[in-house]
Write a protein that binds this ligand. Structure first.
Ligand code: MCN
Ligand code: CUM
Length: 808
């Protein structure tokens, strides 16, 4: 038994940064005691449900609500005509477009909201939905964006002037009625010149298919208008509660202080819950009209078919290099299918998100990117699913282009990466397409990864397998999937990142209680990422109080400071920084109090783990707990009572996490069945707050990457019918498909973040999808395959093998 408490013991007692603190939120989640939107039940509450369009493109000739209204228990049936006088039949989207709340004369995608039935209970509402008679006149359907750009069929008549001319969109001139924007970055002529005159050029076209994050909890809300005091309370599945409050205020005219938005527990967000949906607007209107609270909760099909999808990017690339493999230029052209409305949740100035990080982790001197956004008869959305605002597409693109270039050069793809990585001494690195990468050490990470998997051994085994296959001794091929990604997270500096004009800072407000415990409120909102655990750890280290004595609260706009919410892995880079900064303000005041109590000058005390001690006399100290009490019970000259601080943090730059992934996959050529033998993931997210939470994020992101790469898709037929609207057709991986992930890390702190932390939530997805896809492509490289599109389900892999003549 030791009787002396060491400094190390005091550090451990805090449960601060770097420790594997157990998730405090799991006590309620594992016992089924979480409080989700659908758990909210208010007296007399009504239920809303939508009549949705079976057609992907149709004119609405009439809507007859009389039979539905006649049902006992039905309170109201809203159509666009009811919302029009309020100016609420259309709403603004986060991308500068506008979107119908309820079908105004036509529908543009299957499942579009046509009428909103409000009834005494859910079942009555669902029955009445069936009784609303809508007469449709079907119109030609456009599901292919390339067709849409040539077609005479105009999807958005509202965006064509009466004289037939095309007014500019939110992002500049439009070249066709179904065209949304063209976004260009980089040097077009210079890049064309470099590539046209290069000795080695590789070209490839690829499709990053449409998919959907499919969170366990679907979207929903409860709107409650209190007509007596004029206050509207809105509970909902919101990843950005403050932004929702501002939007609701702007479109409803209710003053913002009279609106309270609450995000309770959220059962997974994944970007699906960033935007504003018709269900929110209709529920608010219904509650205002009826004076009773109204709940709306989607079912699974509604969620999959109509809420924010992901990707749907058609990408064409050209990459040039010297014969030795040094990349000289990159060209990327994208046709982006945005569906019927442009509702991508990107920062305003970035209509294709951060797609311009498509030069990846490589020192590419010249590059050009052009993205065309296009309207089609599909659901709106586009930015969701661990995407970091299109970084998923960008990294997929460059990591496939590297593989194709390696084939062109007849070179090893790992070596090609190594030759072209941005070197450690080049950071901060200015990319050809406009980003300043804050820090990185790619070569160290890559070497560590390749060594961990015995890369040379894998290639030798693979070569032998190819020989055996050719000799008829095996029917299984082996793929070695590589990917190295650079993420860009932490939107963002207010100077270039805003959503609907709201600068993307974030915030933390701390109150230390007299007994030395605390509450900290943030402008972000956890959806499963464990903020209540990790943000308390940041504070424990910053202010010297145990994490267990610090409550973290998010998601209630009446109490939390204004913030832009949780998506784009921005919570740690932005709100995490605000937390550290607010903690430092607390510490600064605590220092003055300590100095007063110890009867020395402010400069003569120093912070040490959980206390302030007199410099050179560590036995003279006041603990933070003692200081907290003094802040409330002593009259200290020149110092206000209390111990509170708030920080609104505008980050100077994004953070650039990175990682090195390797997937070893065996493929049965005759069935197309894949077997992931090994998956190694090295992540560098700078300073690590909680290694266990990071590992959980990596496991989750990789599993979603596996889903996307190997089977999951939102597919449409030619009529615009969603073919994958149920979990019978939409692939959700289970423990059965998921391999045992090996995680690893390096630590390259962000130089501008107060604690050096970068985000991590989306990294494994960004890097994982190309890694799985490269493994499939790599397995067939020896048989002449350059590229095959995702999703690599068994049938498509079988077909690839068949097309290559491998079925004899
Ligand atoms: N973390 C850490 N050390 C770091 C970086 C992060 O310990 N250096 C911890 C954080 O403190 C936090 C978690 O890891 O507890 C994720 O942090 P961060 O990377 O900042 O991401 P956000 O909290 O902003 O989460 C958003 C991100 C996104 S955009 C999607 S999409 C996604 C993801 O998180 N959705 C998720 N992971 C998810 N995980 C769950 N369970 N549910 C979702 O909906
Ligand atoms: Cu793009 S999915 Mo996350 O940013 O909520």
């Amino acid at each position: 038994m030791k009787d002396e408490i060491t400094r190390e013991d005091r550090v451990d007692a805090l449960g601060g940064m770097g420790c594997k603190r157990k998730r405090v939120e799991d006590a309620r989640f594992t016992q089924g005691k979480g409080k989700y939107v659908d758990d909210i039940k208010l007296p007399g509450m009504l239920f809303g449900d939508f009549v949705r369009s079976p057609y992907a493109h149709a004119r609405i000739k009439s809507i007859d609500t009389s039979a539905a209204l006649a049902v006992d228990g039905v309170v109201a049936v809203l159509t666009a005509d009811d919302l029009r006088p309020l100016g609420l039949h259309w709403m603004p989207t986060l991308a500068g477009d506008k979107q119908m709340v309820l079908a105004d004369g036509k529908v543009l995608f299957q499942g579009q909201e046509v009428a909103y039935v409000v009834a005494r209970d859910r079942y009555i509402a669902a029955d009445a939905v069936e009784l609303v008679e809508v007469e449709y006149e079907d119109l030609p359907v456009l599901v292919d964006p390339f067709e849409a750009l040539k077609s005479d069929v105009v999807l958005r008549e509202d965006l064509v002037a009466e004289d037939g001319s095309l007014p500019d969109g939110a992002h500049g001139p439009r070249k066709h009625p179904n065209h949304i924007f063209t976004w260009e970055v980089g040097e077009k002529e210079a890049t064309a010149q470099v590539i046209d005159s290069a000795e080695i050029v590789a070209e490839e076209s690829m499709y990053y298919h449409r998919t959907h994050p499919c969170p366990l909890e679907t979207c929903g809300c409860v709107a409650s208008m209190d007509k007596v005091n004029g206050k509207l309370t809105l509970w909902g599945t919101f990843q950005a509660p403050h932004a929702i409050r501002t939007i609701v205020s702007l479109i409803s005219g209710i003053e913002e202080h009279n609106i309270r938005v609450i995000s309770p527990d959220i059962g997974g967000g994944f970007g699906n819950k960033v935007g504003a949906y018709a269900g929110y607007v209709c529920s608010v209107v219904a509650s205002i009209v009826t004076g009773v609270s109204v709940k709306w909760i989607e079912d699974r099909m509604e969620n999959l078919m109509t809420t924010a999808f992901a990707r749907d990017y058609w990408m064409k690339g050209r990459i040039s290099a010297t014969p030795e493999g040094k990349i000289t230029g990159l060209w990327c052209e994208v046709t982006a299918d945005h569906g019927g409305f442009d509702a991508c949740a990107d920062p305003t100035k970035f209509p294709a998100g951060f797609m311009n990080i498509c030069t990846g982790s490589y020192d590419i001197p010249t590059a050009y990117l052009a993205v065309d956004g296009v309207y089609t008869n599909k659901a709106p959305g586009g930015v969701s699913y661990r995407c970091s605002f299109r970084v998923t597409e960008a990294v997929y693109f460059i990591e496939r282009m590297i593989e194709v270039l390696a084939i062109e050069l007849n070179m090893d793809a790992a070596e090609l990466r190594r030759i072209n990585f941005i070197r450690k001494d080049q950071f901060p690195y200015q990319s050809a397409l406009g980003w300043e990468y804050d820090s990185g050490d790619y070569h160290t990470a890559w070497d560590k990864a390749l060594k961990a998997v015995d890369y040379d051994g894998l290639r030798a085994e693979q070569a032998q397998r190819v020989e055996e296959f050719k000799a008829g001794k095996t029917r299984k091929l082996m793929g070695v999937g590589l990917s190295f990604f650079t993420e860009i997270v932490g939107a963002g500096p207010v100077k270039n990142c805003d959503i609907l004009g709201l600068g993307m800072f974030d915030s933390c407000e701390i109150r230390i209680h007299p007994t030395g415990s605390a509450i900290a409120r943030l402008g972000t909102i956890s959806q499963g990422q464990g903020h209540a655990t990790t943000f308390a750890q940041i504070l424990a280290s910053e202010i010297g109080l145990p994490a267990d004595s610090i409550t973290i609260e998010e998601g209630d706009t009446d109490t939390a400071p204004y913030g832009l919410g949780t998506y784009g892995s921005r919570s740690t880079p932005v709100a995490g920084a605000a937390t550290a900064m607010a903690g430092r303000k607390i510490r600064a005041k605590a220092q003055m109090i300590a100095a007063y109590l110890l009867e020395v000058h402010d400069d003569d005390v120093e912070f040490d783990v959980d206390r302030f001690a007199v410099k050179g006399a560590p036995e003279k100290f006041k603990t933070m707990k003692e200081i907290a009490f003094a802040a409330y019970n002593q009259a200290i000259p020149g110092i206000e009572p209390g111990l509170e601080a708030v920080s609104y943090y505008d980050p100077p730059n994004m953070t650039y996490p990175f990682g090195a992934y390797v997937c070893v996959m065996d493929i049965d050529v005759d069935t197309g069945v894949t077997d992931i033998r090994r998956f190694y993931a090295l992540d560098d997210c700078g300073t690590r707050i909680n290694p266990m939470i990071i590992e959980g994020q990596v496991h989750g992101g990789l599993t979603e990457a596996l889903a996307v790469a190997l089977g999951q898709e939102i597919a449409y037929d030619d009529m615009g019918n969603v073919k994958t609207g149920t979990l019978m057709d939409f692939f959700l991986p289970t423990a059965w498909e998921v391999p045992n992930y090996e995680t690893d890390y390096t630590v390259t702190p962000s130089p501008h973040h107060p604690i050096g932390a970068k985000g991590v939530g989306e990294s494994p997805h960004v890097g994982g999808v190309p890694c799985f896809s490269n493994a499939v492509n790599d397995a067939f490289r020896a048989f002449g395959l350059r590229h095959t599109n995702m999703p690599h389900d068994h049938w498509r892999i079988w077909k690839t093998a068949n097309d290559l003549g491998l079925h004899g």
